[in-house]
Design a protein. Sequence first.
Length: 134
Amino acid sequence: AADVLRVAAKIYPNDASTQYMLGSALATLGQQDAANAAYRNVIALDADFLPAYASLGAALYSAHDSDGAIRMFRAGLQIDPMSAELYYDLGLAFGKNGDESAARQAIALAAKLQPRFASDPPGIAVQPNHSGSF
């Protein structure tokens, strides 16, 4: 699938959806640096492509770049300020950064928007919720 998407990405270099699918395929194959580059390309092509922010944020969180993850989740929330998932992920990133107050606040907002997050602890060992699909 990644090979087909690489070809499609070359044919349609300005299509954010194709570039995003390529990034997702590369991430599935464990090629995270290439996936992150594809997600950044998507954001450059379409600054409102929310799944790219969520996926890049989750990847940065996993790579222990909580500052980068926070930037991506905040940027995503500028696009969709009602995204419970992004607030939850932002809370996890704040928790990983040691900012428990901001973590609790973000997770409380997530729980207010989506009650399923009310029982989730703001533990920093938890992975962000997003696969990038909405």
